[in-house]
Design a protein around this ligand. Structure first.
Ligand code: PFF
Length: 454
């Protein structure tokens, strides 16, 4: 058995945790979710979800991994033999996500290249759907491998594989240390450009003008919880795995606060950049901002190329900047989405890290080919929606119930956090995890399921 791997420093862990959190969810997902769910009014459900559920669960996952020092299944097993399955469920969730997540990074990598000379032309929608994705007429029209998508996807897989092969310290930590600062600089440059464009303020108005009527809609709450959990990489075994690599004496509460706030700050900035750019496009096309936003997930690949086309100068450069930001943000998250599977397999099968990396990446690459077919986009939409609601939210709810009610382990976990942290976690943490969050989440999941069925 190899020795347990470790982060080189606490800042390395924080950067890796932030690198996992900041991903496609912050740039590709957050702006359209905010837009679809009431603009400024989304902020309140979002903040409630962040403080009553996401940050407490983040700390719980840190505490489990750090105290039990294993992969998600092993850590849960060490809490109680009856809990191991939830760890495997989380491993499965992260694995399902990575298989389509890589494909979106592959698209972004292609678009970084297409940005040079704005190769998507004027009709960016038909470029994306017909020329690039070659979307089929029927849902089940897999239509063979689309090499123009598969090749960049394989390339991204190869790079992620290489980082994971190098290990926790020389791979994940090093990649996060290089990519995260770069990412922040790129986003800041892009945001400054976006909000100084003519019309940007109209876009921000749409972002910040709340539509309170939407707040009574459970779907908005569903979306807020879904977004915060996805964005902070919760319920997928990632934070348990990452914190199991921390040294014994490491401040957990402080790291959790930093990761939570950095992630939300980043996505807030990304939303400002995106909406500023949308306002600019609306002015160029002489329409209302609400009309330039196409259906959610296509924002990045249809609307953004349009925006880049309309830029007054340096179009290619800003295209490379935007899509490059997506690629870098997605990259460190992709690495983190694979680590739960790698560590779980390594421990369960008693194999080396490298062997586990080979298996998980090999299997992942094979599955992700399904999303590079002509049905890929529709498939991706369905799986993303499903795994987000019933994979992540469900797993977080079950974890809270198991730990809070079945195993009654919240108190010892809180003592654990407090024994290593400067900031002391109060009783509120237990109240949130035992009562408030499980109640809200159960309500959202049940009513969401009912509305999904109808
Ligand atoms: N947090 C990352 C993102 O927002 O893109 C990646 C991610 C991790 C997404 C874990 C979903 C998840 F369950």
């Amino acid at each position: 058995m190899e020795q347990k791997e470790q982060w080189g420093s606490r800042s390395g862990f924080i950067l890796a945790a932030v690198g996992s959190a900041i991903g496609l969810g912050n740039i590709w997902r957050y702006p359209y979710v905010v837009y679809e769910n009431g603009g400024g009014a989304f902020l309140l459900p979002y903040l409630i979800a962040l403080f009553t559920a996401a940050i407490p669960i983040l700390l719980m996952e840190y505490a489990i991994g750090h105290k039990k020092r294993g992969s998600a299944p092993l850590s849960y097993k060490r809490l109680s033999d009856r809990f191991e399955w939830i760890g495997w469920w989380q491993v499965l969730v992260s694995f399902v996500i990575i298989t389509y997540y890589m494909v979106i990074i592959g698209w972004a990598a292609s678009y970084t290249y297409f940005s040079m000379g704005t190769q998507w032309g004027d009709d960016t929608q038909s470029f994306f759907l017909s020329q690039y994705l070659n979307v089929g007429e029927d849902f089940w029209s897999f239509g063979g491998i689309q090499w123009q998508i598969l090749i960049p996807v394989i390339l991204v897989w190869a790079l992620v594989y290489w980082v994971l092969h190098r290990g926790v310290n020389r791979g994940i930590e090093l990649a996060s240390k290089i990519l995260m600062p770069l990412l922040i600089v790129l986003l800041i440059i892009f945001t400054i450009r976006a909000i100084t464009l003519p019309g940007a303020m109209d876009g921000l108005d749409v972002l910040f003008t709340p539509d309170f009527s939407k707040m009574l809609n459970t779907d908005v709450w569903f979306a807020a919880y879904g977004q915060v959990f996805f964005s902070l990489s919760l319920g997928a075994g990632i934070m348990i795995t990452y914190s199991s690599y921390l040294k014994k004496k490491s401040d957990l509460a402080n790291s959790g606060m930093i990761a939570g706030l950095a992630n939300s700050g980043f996505e807030f900035l990304a939303a400002i950049a995106v909406f500023g750019a949308l306002g600019f496009l609306a002015v160029q096309q002489n329409v209302a901002v609400t009309e330039v936003v196409s259906s959610g997930p296509m924002l990045a690949f249809v609307v953004f190329p349009n925006i880049i086309n309309a830029f007054p100068s340096l179009n290619s450069l800003f295209g490379v900047l935007f899509f490059g930001t997506l690629v870098f943000a997605g990259f460190t998250s992709a690495v983190s989405l694979l680590e739960p599977g790698i560590s779980a397999f390594k421990e369960k099968m008693n194999i080396s890290r490298k062997a586990a990396v080979n298996w998980i990446c090999g299997l992942g690459l094979l599955v992700s080919i399904a999303y590079t077919t002509r049905s890929g986009l529709s498939l991706l939409d369905i799986v993303d929606n499903f795994v987000n609601k019933f994979g992540i939210l469900f797993s977080a709810l079950v974890a809270m119930i198991l730990i809070g009610w079945v195993g009654k382990q919240l108190n010892p976990l809180r003592d654990h956090i407090n024994s290593v942290s400067d900031i002391q976690v109060g009783k509120w943490w237990i109240v949130m995890l035992k009562f408030i969050s499980p109640l809200i989440l159960s309500y959202i999941l049940i009513s969401g399921t009912i509305s999904e069925i109808n």
